[in-house]
Ligand binder design. Sequence first.
Ligand code: MG
Ligand code: MG
Length: 252
Amino acid sequence: MGEAIVLKSRREIDLMRDANRIVAETLVLLEDKIAVVMTTAELDSLAEKNAGANGARPAFKGYRGFPGSLCVSINKQVVHGIPDRNVRLRDGDLVSIDFGVEYKGYFGDSAITVAVGNADAESRNLLAITRESLARGIAAAVIGNRVNDISRAVQVHVEAHGFSVVRQFVGHGIGASLHEPPEIPNYQRSGRTPKLMDGMTLAIEPMVNAGTHEVRVMRDGWTVETADGRPSAHFEHTVVVTDNGPEILSRV
Ligand code: MG
Ligand code: MG
């Protein structure tokens, strides 16, 4: 079932490294500039300009009709929040920023969550555990393992801290397309999952909720929110599996 997983050549990985560097530099820029009273549309515009200045195309804009270059998801919003010039960041907001670009035919994809100003202890803990769970997932992206080992590493860490992983949305392969096989869930699935191999490029992206794992899609057709209204965090890296272990491509 499904298409085959595409293993990338050295040349392709080099191009993906370039694409992901642009994504990573953009996220660093946004993290640096993010502040109370900024609108989410202003963040979007910064990201779009930075991609353009580097010769890259924002990958999400127009993707299935998505209107922004950036996904900005605040507090109870999990992923796919639409940038809005009427939405201003407030002190204590937990803001997830997801960005992707296409550069010379290859894609980069990464996300961070930032606490604006004085976030409460639960939000800061949720942010830290989600970031750690991504690191655990990446550490499991080694030859000899299967996709399920990545999923398990994320889930175990999150649930050990009393949080939950979203089921309805998952990580993915990435390369000459933004989304490629395999799917990379943040929870274990029964049955066999693909073996990890040299040259596999994966976007690993835990979406972690403080309360229930249940989510719903809002009426705008995009924004995903937690069913119980409690906060959510999201971190993502594009990683290549190699004989020498996982390499994070979306890092400056
Ligand atoms: Mg992403
Ligand atoms: Mg992704």
